[in-house]
Design a protein around this ligand. Structure first.
Ligand code: ADP
Length: 594
């Protein structure tokens, strides 16, 4: 299992909580937006409904006003021509094209008031033009009225001629109101006399009083005294209200009642039968025209395309959520980019750190190397100065055999030390540039070890004595002899330097196709934490340069040579108990070596 670093786990937790926050925030905002859109749509629907409703009412009132205008115009004609007969009135309607100019107007007529005594003369006069003319219904009344003209003169309207509207209470009430107020008055709901006997289509009438010419009408009594007739218009409610519904596809239904409340008895018009109960916007409005009340009830039809539909709300919510998801996506991408950038920055930091370490290591190395090189040089210089002074003093012993021999020995020692240092540095450079080439040859392991020991004899003599060598069997291998000797020399020199002057042991054994050479000392040992480190370049373990000289290169070069032979090196050690270095080298055959 790959372990995530603690900070990365924390970052992941932080990311998850940010994503959740965005999600919950988005959910909340989407819900709010949905609610807002819903409310807005409801308001829009309501506004549209109100607009359409007001349009209906405006058309209705406008129509009634224009009909009123038609009545006033007709009365003006009558007032201007007092001796006008019915024929001329008929002609007037024709000439003025009143019906064309007031669409929806179904009839326009004149009804005159007649005293009982004048009836015979009146009937006689009228029969000249309409032979079957009579004032109806029959019966004794204090005053009569009669429709003498009703345009257009179609079959239905002809049926009403002679009718005494004053004899019927609803009509009479409206006529009296018109008379008393000298104003247009609209009757309550009636069934027009034009209708078939069996049909009961609702209708109403509009009356405008016509007074005797020149009468003073400022007093009620005078208005009552001087009334001679009424200009009037009958309306079939069905046709009138249908005409006020605009053609451009408005989608409201409308019920109209006479009076100021909903009363089925007063129902005048229903545009779409009974109003649906569910899912509608409804509103009712009372309208008063010329003292007459109309009560309108409006409702939306299924065709009323409501904005506040559930699909629109869901769409608003989905858009909100999609935007939330996009936001989360943007966050994740940005976060990843930021993470990648911070990883890059971390890596850059590490590189810089390494660079610094390398520079510090190089500086350390330069100071150690110069110290190491200077020690033998100083020693050589001192020797030569001592010698020079002896010669200058003409000291007879100065060039004695012993002195010269000792001097040459020391010169040899110091130059060997210098050579070893320079060789190590050259090897390092070769390893770095891949130029450390192995030249394999036949090697007798026993002989090679005794050659190396022979060369190191002087050092061993001064430090713990010649090592004991334990070789299980004679082995012939194919190695780079010079380099393996270098390995042994390094290990043995270290065993002397760090061996506390105690005896050193060499053990050689063969395991299958491998030779294991162990160099064992009883010296200062290596702390466990340094065991791996000492095989690296310039690494020295717990040893200050002043105690034991060295560049920290020997074991690195040793490791590289062993590796180049396909072998391994390891060490077992405890501080203060000595160290056991083991090199495992494949024997290799001549074929493998070539
Ligand atoms: P150096 O020139 O410093 O000896 P090496 O690479 O040969 O360089 O050794 C690296 C370090 O390993 C030494 O500085 C020393 O601390 C430790 N070391 C090597 N051999 C031994 C040993 N036989 N016993 C204890 N420490 C050793």
């Amino acid at each position: 299992m790959k372990l995530e670093p603690y900070s990365r786990i924390n970052q992941n937790k932080r990311n998850a909580s940010v994503i959740w926050s965005i999600f919950i925030g988005g959910l909340f905002i989407s819900a709010l937006a949905t609610f807002y859109v819903h409310q807005k749509n409801i308001n829009e629907d309501r506004l549209r409904f109100e607009f359409e409703k007001d349009t209906y009412l405006r058309i209705f009132i406008n129509r009634l006003e224009s009909y009123e205008g038609a009545l006033i115009q007709t009365r003006a004609f009558l007032l201007n021509s007092p001796s006008v007969n019915m024929q001329q009135l008929h002609q007037y309607f024709k000439d003025t094209q009143l019906f064309e100019r007031f669409p929806g107007l179904q009839g326009l007529g004149y009804t005159m008031l007649i005293k009982p005594g004048d009836i015979p003369a009146h009937v006689q006069g009228m029969r000249k033009e309409i032979p079957a003319y009579k004032v109806w219904p029959e019966g004794e009344r204090k005053i009569y009225s009669s429709i003498v003209v009703l345009e257009p003169p179609d079959e239905r309207n002809r049926r009403a001629v002679g009718y005494d509207m004053f004899s019927e209470p609803i009509r009479r009430r409206a006529m009296e109101r018109a008379r008393d107020e000298n104003n247009v008055a609209i009757s309550d709901k009636v069934v027009l006399v034009q209708e078939d006997r069996n049909s009961n289509f609702p209708g109403f009438l509009m009356f405008l009083p016509h007074y005797r010419e020149g009468a003073d009408l400022s007093v009620l009594e005078n208005r009552r005294k001087n009334i001679i007739g009424f200009v009037y218009a009958p309306f079939r409610a069905g046709e009138l209200f249908k005409a006020i519904i605009p053609e451009n596809n408005f989608d409201l239904g409308m019920d109209v009642y006479h009076g100021s409340e909903i009363n089925p008895k007063n129902l005048m018009f229903q545009s779409h039968g009974n109003a649906p109960v569910q899912n509608v916007i409804k509103n009712a409005e009372a309208v008063q025209v010329n003292g007459s009340d109309f009560y309108f009830q409006f409702y939306t039809l299924p065709t009323f395309n409501k904005s506040a539909s559930i699909i629109k709300n869901i769409a608003a919510f989905i858009i909100g959520m999609v935007m939330t998801l996009i936001l989360i996506g943007v966050y994740i991408i940005t976060r990843r980019q930021m993470d990648a950038m911070s990883i890059m920055a971390e890596e850059k930091e590490k590189l810089l750190e390494k660079e610094k370490e390398h520079v510090a290591a190089r500086d350390d190395f330069l100071s150690i190397a110069s110290h190491e090189l200077k020690t033998p040089l100083t020693s050589l210089k001192l020797q030569s100065q001592v010698m020079m002074r002896s010669i200058n003093r003409n000291d007879p012993d100065a060039l004695s055999h012993e002195k010269v021999t000792a001097l040459i020995k020391q010169i040899d020692n110091q130059t060997s030390r210098l050579t070893r240092l320079v060789d190590d540095m050259l090897d390092i450079s070769r390893i770095r540039t891949g130029r450390l080439k192995m030249q394999l040859e036949e090697v007798n392991v026993t002989e090679m070890i005794s050659d190396v020991l022979e060369r190191l004899r002087p050092q061993f003599t001064n430090n713990g004595g010649i090592p004991v060598v334990k070789i299980e069997e004679d082995i012939i291998a194919f190695w780079d002899k010079f380099r393996i000797e270098q390995v042994l020399t390094n290990l043995l020199t270290n065993a002397i330097r760090y061996g506390n002057n105690r005896p050193v042991k060499i053990e050689v054994c063969r395991r299958n196709e491998e030779v294991i050479i162990s160099v064992i000392d009883q010296g200062i040992g290596i702390a466990p934490e340094n065991v791996d480190r000492i095989f690296n370049r310039f690494e020295r373990a717990g040893m200050s340069a002043s105690e034991v000289s060295g560049l920290g290169l020997g074991l690195f070069i040793t490791h590289q040579i062993v590796k180049s032979h396909g072998g391994t090196i390891n060490v077992e050690s405890n501080l203060g108990e000595g160290s056991r270095f083991h090199i495992h080298l494949p024997i290799l055959s001549q074929e493998q070596s070539s």
